[in-house]
Design a protein around this ligand. Structure first.
Ligand SMILES: Cc1cc2nc3c(=O)[nH]c(=O)nc-3n(C[C@H](O)[C@H](O)[C@H](O)COP(=O)(O)O)c2cc1C
Length: 343
């Protein structure tokens, strides 16, 4: 039974952020009551090794849906091969004023300017401890909105040190359009300094904890070919373990005539699909399989996922597709995953 197609029309009568919260609460109730097991029977494994980690299948949850790690078990019960929580910042922060989340069903898209609303990394780590999840858990870290951009490295260092013992991998998010100047960290000297510092710290933490936790850099779709090439070279130089392509776009070309087109924020879903795929292709040409690519952006069905694999991705993540298609999307992609990603 595809229960999501039954409740979706009701959820879509609510404003987007309320619907989001209600859905996650329903999901948790379904998990706690044991209903999830009946609604979402276990998927057949499609194991893949990426960044040295064993994933039971290549379909993950993208960051931003479970910013505080409240719903890890409930989301895992849907069949994901990995779950990424966050973005989390060192200190709690409220994010931008509401409304800050908008649905554009005509485009299978979302605009959001949440602004890293989260309860801080200590709170998130308490939630991780409470969960029963044993699969691959990514923790996505960012900076507080009021930390000066010149001091951003310090926030990422706090995130890295604190998340290290609890995470399977850690994502460095420098691509959200909703924190002022954040995406500047993708540029020239700033990206080099950030990556060099975090790599050094990762190796220190490896010695301290006796385990290696991979680092992935999450980048924007609004980068030039030159930017992509420069970032790929940095990833290779500093042996960063993975790259997530992409975050949401600030480009409105595809939705120019939509009444919500002028809302500030990041656009996700179908309108970002081709831009994200182009970034995956650009990275793939530069990285030559030396560093794995995790693709996100506009994956709404198995064919969209297949396009990302064909472009060079080893894993995929979904967010907007989950809102429009429901958990059935995960099964569809896992079962349709014809490509066998490389480790
Ligand atoms: C409401 C919303 C909130 C998001 N929050 C985050 C976030 O906190 N950190 C992050 O790295 N990406 C965040 N993203 C971006 C997604 O993780 C993903 O990279 C992007 O939406 C493209 O995938 P999609 O088209 O499947 O949604 C968010 C996306 C949406 C729609």
């Amino acid at each position: 039974m595809n229960i999501y197609s039954l409740i979706r029309p009701l959820l879509f009568t609510l404003d987007a952020e309320t619907a989001h919260t209600v859905t996650l609460k329903l999901l948790k109730a379904a998990y706690v009551s044991g209903l999830s097991k009946r609604l979402y029977p276990t998927l057949k494994d499609k194991p893949v090794k990426v960044m040295g980690l064993d994933f039971k299948n290549p379909v993950g949850l993208a960051a931003g849906l479970d910013k505080n790690g409240y719903y890890i078990d409930a989301l895992a019960a849907l069949g994901f091969g990995f779950i990424e929580i966050g973005t989390v910042t060192p200190r709690p922060q409220a994010g931008n004023p509401k409304p800050r989340l908008f649905r554009l069903p005509e485009h299978q898209a979302i605009i959001n300017r949440m602004g890293f609303n989260n309860l801080g990394i200590d709170h998130l780590l308490t939630q991780v401890k409470k969960s029963n999840y044993k699969g691959i858990l990514g923790i996505n870290i960012g900076k507080n909105f009021d930390t000066l951009i010149e001091k951003a490295v310090d926030d990422y260092l706090i995130g890295l040190r604190k998340a290290y013992p609890a995470a399977s991998y850690i994502t460095i998010n420098i691509s959200s359009p909703n924190t002022q100047n954040l995406r500047q960290l993708q540029q020239g000297d700033e990206s080099r300094k950030l990556i060099a510092t975090l790599k050094e710290e990762q190796l220190k933490l490896q010695r301290e904890h006796g385990k290696y936790v991979p680092l992935a850099l999450k980048i924007a779709p609004d980068l030039t070919g030159e930017d992509i090439s420069r970032i790929a070279k940095l990833l290779l130089e500093f042996e960063i373990d993975g790259v997530i392509a992409t975050n949401t776009t600030i480009d409105r070309t595809d939705i120019a005539n939509h009444p919500l087109a002028k809302e500030a924020g990041g656009l996700s879903g179908n309108p970002v699909k081709d831009k994200s795929t182009a970034v995956v292709k650009g990275l793939s040409a530069e990285l030559q399989g030396k560093i794995p690519i995790i693709a996100a952006g506009g994956i709404l069905n198995a064919d969209d996922a297949q396009e990302k694999f064909a472009a060079g991705a080893s894993l995929v993540q979904v967010y907007t597709g989950l809102i429009y298609r429901g958990p059935e999307l995960i099964r569809e992609i896992v079962e349709g995953a014809r490509h066998k990603p490389q480790g």
